[in-house]
Write a protein that binds this ligand. Structure first.
Ligand SMILES: *Cc1c(COP(=O)(O)O)cnc(C)c1O
Length: 444
């Protein structure tokens, strides 16, 4: 399959024209880098509207969407209940800069749902929640070091934009320009799934570590499902050395279930971070913990944190309606059932694929990811197959031509929503079968 063939007329003339305009006035034409199709080549589709499981581009082409705005849209696009509640909230005013009832109700839902937390504070993005939670951890412990894991993403917080060394605990080296080395030097990076490396780091620097932050269900670099024992080791090490354990549940929180990974693995973090689903498609983040810890935040304590639009009634209403609809519609159980069906149908297509394309479907609830060139599920960034991106670029574009949208990166996961049906899952499997055929006939 030839991509980007110049002679063929564009099938998305309006989209291409809009994107050319975007590139003039916005860096790379996008407001978040992975949207630019850098990982798969070609020109991004420009969206006009979305409803349920379908997005429509400005040329009127429809796509069955498994991106779900990168995780938030667990009910599907433009869910009628969320729309009605948001519309009603807007009519009462979009922001007051004063306490309001939806933020209190959403806080009550979060505290009731998630194990071991008593208080929550809302912010406007996952990044902001991570940044605030780490400041709180440092303020409460009086320590500076933060431990993260290679392959885990925690938003674009300066000192967390650091990559791993080669398997041993290393001083953080920034992955992004503009991150001062002195900030990155306060971060330690460990490989996932490596108990010995974590124990070594704590033996050396345990008294200086404020917090260990981890995606308990790492979902930003493939889906790297962890052994429960590994997460338990982190809990034990933190307790022993007086460090705080932070679960970044921005993706997993309220997606795998109301209690997130904490309930699934029966491990309580000191702080939990939420985003994506909790905002129901609006800009929301949150961090939560026990009252004794949270009271360190201003105005009660000396750790400063604030936000003009934090807890605004429109975003809070979107989140609240999303969580209540999930509960009422038996959402998490239905998503697990649909996820299991996807694992079976898509898994069968992958199993039948030509030997050089052998791949493995990884899944947790309604989150799924295809690990290329392997038949075992990787558990760390170091175990990822670096050539996956080459195959994926061809598969991705073939699917897009067939009207199925996966994320434009080999290392981003797919999401099911309550708007997806078994038939949608079958469509994905069928489209994937022809995409794999396209790859096998295009590669020498
Ligand atoms: C998306 C994400 C973030 C950042 O959230 P934003 O709202 O994009 O700032 C942080 N942590 C995890 C695990 C995420 O997936």
């Amino acid at each position: 399959m030839k991509l980007g063939t110049k002679s063929a007329p564009s099938k998305r003339p309006h989209g291409d024209a809009w994107f050319a305009r975007a590139q003039k006035v916005t860096p790379g034409g996008v407001n978040s880098p992975v949207r630019a199709f850098g990982g798969v080549g070609g020109t991004p589709i420009v969206i006009r509207s979305a409803s349920g499981a379908i997005v429509v581009d400005v040329d009127g082409r429809e796509y069955l969407d498994f991106v779900g705005s990168w995780g938030p849209l667990i009910l599907g696009h433009a869910h009628p209940k969320v729309l009605a509640a948001v519309e009603a909230a807007c009519r009462r005013g979009t922001s007051y800069g004063a306490p309001c009832t939806p933020e209190i109700e959403l806080a009550e839902e979060v505290v009731a749902a998630y194990p071991g937390i008593e208080q929550v504070r809302f912010v406007s993005s996952g990044t902001e929640a991570v940044m605030s939670a780490v400041r709180l951890a440092r303020g409460a412990t009086g320590r500076d070091l933060v431990v993260k894991f290679s392959g885990c993403y925690h938003g674009h917080v300066d000192y967390l934009l650091v990559a791993a060394g080669s398997g041993l605990a290393t001083l953080g080296a920034p992955t992004s320009k503009g991150v001062p080395a002195v900030l990155a030097a306060l971060t330690r990076v460990l490989p996932l799934d490596d108990t010995a490396a974590a124990e070594r780091l704590f033996a050396e620097e345990g008294t200086k570590i404020a917090a260990v932050i981890i995606e308990p269900v790492p979902a930003n670099n493939g889906l790297l499902l962890q052994r429960p024992e590994f997460l338990q080791t982190l809990r034990t090490l933190c307790d022993k050395h007086g460090a705080l354990l932070i679960f970044d549940e921005v993706i997993s929180g309220f997606r795998i279930g109301p209690g997130g990974a904490a309930a699934h693995y029966k491990i309580k973090p000191d702080l939990a971070i939420f985003g994506k689903v909790i905002g129901g498609g609006m800009p929301v983040g949150a961090f939560a913990g026990k009252r004794a810890l949270m009271r360190n935040l201003a105005p009660e304590g000396g750790v400063y944190q604030a936000g003009t639009l934090s807890g605004n009634p429109v975003a809070m209403t979107a989140g609240l309606t999303t969580l209540r609809t999930l509960q009422k519609d038996d959402g998490w159980r239905r998503l697990e059932a649909l996820g299991a069906y996807l694992e079976q149908t898509v898994g069968a297509v992958l199993a039948e694929s030509p030997a050089q394309l052998k791949a493995r479907l990884c899944r947790f609830g309604s989150m799924f990811w295809i690990a290329w060139h392997t038949e075992t599920a990787p558990r760390s960034a170091e175990a990822l197959e670096p050539h996956a991106a080459e195959v994926y670029g061809v598969v991705f574009h073939s699917l897009l031509e067939q009207g199925v949208a996966l994320a434009p990166s080999a290392f981003e996961i797919g999401f099911l929503s309550l708007a997806h049906t078994k038939r949608d899952v079958e469509r994905l499997a069928e489209a994937l079968r022809s995409a794999l055929f396209a790859v096998s006939t295009s590669t020498p």
